[in-house]
Design a binder for this molecule. Structure first.
Ligand code: XMP
Length: 326
């Protein structure tokens, strides 16, 4: 039975020196656990899996096989960054799987949020399983489990409905971060040399933009979510809100409204902006975004994002609204 309690003597990792000591300790532990065997990791590009990848690359190099599944629901630039950081800069053994069509075809016409989540979760496992079967000699599965995953089943983790690999692929787990809190994972990630926008990134749901393209996902509306989200992130970064606001993103509903563009009537989608702060995602307050910034973002989104003629700002705290719209 695995030990799942953080040792009471373990110091909180708050500095680079403490992170370096943790890294040295984990490198030894990983080498001892896996020897010269191969380890598989699903690398989403989120903080936890990225830090696990960086640690294991340092410990065992190409014996770590990272699988990055692009399900088409990632934010703009994310899959490219995973390839750049891990394959180009860290020389990792990275398998990049373009599964965009596969996911979008499966999701076609599915409007019910929980059904969408289930399809995305199940398809993810299927793609990962196929990649696992292509690899020879895998004996371990690395995971970015962190201490809150063990301690709590709060609203974030309650959504983790991905399920697991089949029995014949039940590898022994390697979970180097399992006693760390999120802030400690970030300190370790920084010490490992990962870029700031990977280490300090805001939480991003597993089903990704899929739950922000409301109702049945279409490629053009998904594009509107991705492009408007990129503009929002760029403007928040430029205006000192990155790292200050807990979570911010855009949503595109599945209805259109009448507008006017270039002196012509337009019948297009609105984009909804959500920007919230919270400690634990159980309750949340709305960020007081400067009105002039909202106006600027609105002007950019309506002129740069195709098929969009309005921008709305969600003023609802949680409760009564949840953070996501689906
Ligand atoms: P809600 O919308 O329930 O969100 O207020 C609370 C937090 O959970 C995230 N969230 C998810 N995370 N898979 C995830 O990994 C999901 O299906 C999911 N749905 C919501 C949400 O982004 C927020 O941080």
């Amino acid at each position: 039975m695995a030990n799942n309690k953080r040792p009471e003597t373990m110091e909180r990792i708050t500095t680079k020196a403490l992170a370096d000591a943790f890294i040295a300790e984990q490198l030894e532990a990983i080498k001892k656990q896996v020897g010269d065997k191969k380890v598989l990791l699903a690398l989403s590009g989120g903080v936890d899996s990225s830090v696990v990848a960086a640690l294991l690359i340092k410990a065992i190099g190409k014996k770590l096989v990272c699988v990055h599944v692009n399900h088409g629901l990632l934010r703009k630039g994310e899959p490219e960054q995973v390839v750049k950081v891990f394959r180009d800069e860290m020389d990792a053994n990275l398998v990049y799987v373009d599964a965009i069509d596969r996911f979008l075809d499966k999701l076609e016409g599915v409007a019910e949020p929980e059904k969408k989540r289930k399809i995305i979760g199940a398809e993810f496992i299927r793609v990962f399983e196929e990649e696992a079967r292509k690899q020879e000699g895998i004996e371990f599965l690395a995971q970015g489990t962190i201490y809150p995953d063990i301690l709590e089943s709060g609203p974030v983790k309650a959504h983790h409905n991905v399920g697991g690999l089949p029995d014949d692929l039940k590898f022994e787990l390697v979970e180097p971060l399992k006693f760390l809190f999120k802030d400690e994972v970030r300190v370790v990630g920084k010490a490992l040399g990962l870029p700031d926008n990977m280490v300090y990134r805001q939480p991003f749901p597993g089903p990704g933009l899929g739950v922000r393209c409301l109702g049945a996902i279409t490629r053009d509306r998904l594009e509107a979510v991705r492009e408007s989200d990129a503009i929002l992130r760029e403007e928040f970064a430029k205006n000192g809100l990155e790292g200050k606001v807990w979570q911010y993103f855009t949503i595109v509903p599945d209805f259109k409204s009448v507008g006017v563009k270039n002196d012509l009537r337009s019948f297009e989608w609105p984009v909804i902006i959500r920007a919230v702060n919270t400690r634990d995602a159980m309750t949340a307050t709305v960020e007081d975004v400067p009105f002039s910034l909202l106006q600027h973002i609105t002007a950019r989104i309506t002129s740069e994002v195709k098929n969009v003629n309005r921008v709305l700002f969600d003023l609802t705290p949680k409760p009564t609204g949840t953070i996501e719209w689906e």
